[in-house]
Design a protein around this ligand. Sequence first.
Ligand SMILES: NC(=O)c1ccc[n+]([C@@H]2O[C@H](COP(=O)([O-])OP(=O)(O)OC[C@H]3O[C@@H](n4cnc5c(N)ncnc54)[C@H](O)[C@@H]3O)[C@@H](O)[C@H]2O)c1
Length: 362
Amino acid sequence: MNAKIAVFSGDGIGPEVVKEGTEVLSLVASLHGFGVEFEEGLVGGASIDASGKPLTDPVLKLAKQSDAVLLGAMGGPKWDGLDYSIRPERALLALRSELGLFANLRPVRLFSALASASTLKRKVVEGTDLLVVRELIGGIYFGQPKGVTRLPDGTERGVNTEVYTTPEIERIARVAFEAARKRRGYVTSVDKANVLEVTELWRRVVTRVHREGGYADIRLDHMLVDNCAMQLLRDPKQFDVIVTTNMFGDILSDEAAMLTGSIGMLPSASIGGKVGMYEPVHGSAPDITGRDMANPLATILTIALMLRHSLDRSEAADRIERAVEAVLDEGYRTTDIQESGRRVVGCREMGSLVREKIQSLH
Ligand SMILES: NC(=O)c1ccc[n+]([C@@H]2O[C@H](COP(=O)([O-])OP(=O)(O)OC[C@H]3O[C@@H](n4cnc5c(N)ncnc54)[C@H](O)[C@@H]3O)[C@@H](O)[C@H]2O)c1
């Protein structure tokens, strides 16, 4: 039976990079003897333009009935003036919570051919290979009370609330320990337990899951978020799996992203429910939209995560990652990872170079 993939390209460079991703997926499916079918849906700004809403019920239904969702990017200046409740990015939050995607996995691996594309010294970043496991549907982005109210004296008061319950922490901790076991690595749990009671609970529950959940063979460290932000730049190789809250994960994973040189290289997977959702970490990049300048490698590497986590095809995932590495080793670069002496190619050409390499690899 064919794997059914819901494809939501979204806005800006979304459609450009997603096209390269779906072509890679079709190719590995034919090479590895399985079928895929794609069904497209409008999300974000494209959906607002068509229906006035960032996510419609039929598109949500399509996502729920698929084996996996591939997402491009949402948003852009055209929709920036809209109210928060109907901004393109609301579709992303709604999809995550409707699909029960409580864990966001962001691998940060520096391809050694790109060590000098990082703003940090080669000796600091070379060999970086870590995974940020971010809690995705709890914490301060969802906690109540929230909102801005006007006070009797005419001033305004803004509130967001960081909330975590024991089951929410237990399940994300398990995802992190399982990932560490697969990688034969270890876990650093990141919190602000010295100041925030909610993350004191986080630390206690992660420690209990480690001790009582059958993970005592895996090393567990705790680190305060401010120190972690610093350590990621000082010595990123000290980390293997980092597990943290929604907001800390949002910030730390973008910081970790820069270790690799470009946000255009970073894939992500959101899992936890029946259907996983896969998307490049970057946004819609309005500054380069329509100019064949986007780096499609984040989306192509996202397809590898989909194959591994939703389609149970890890050999096809490995093949994609090896092909990307080989193309970079041969010196091909998109503008965002450009270096002197390397050949700069556009989005389309980078996609076809990876596909050629996939075909020639065994
Ligand atoms: N998951 C998402 O859909 C998502 C994530 C982040 C931002 N956004 C939205 O995207 C819009 C633009 O946001 P932003 O500019 O802060 O972030 P962005 O990630 O779109 O762009 C940041 C910078 O990185 C570059 N860049 C991003 N992806 C690239 C790629 N694949 N190849 C080459 N260069 C790339 C851009 O050209 C830009 O200079 C906003 O509307 C924002 O809300 C959406």
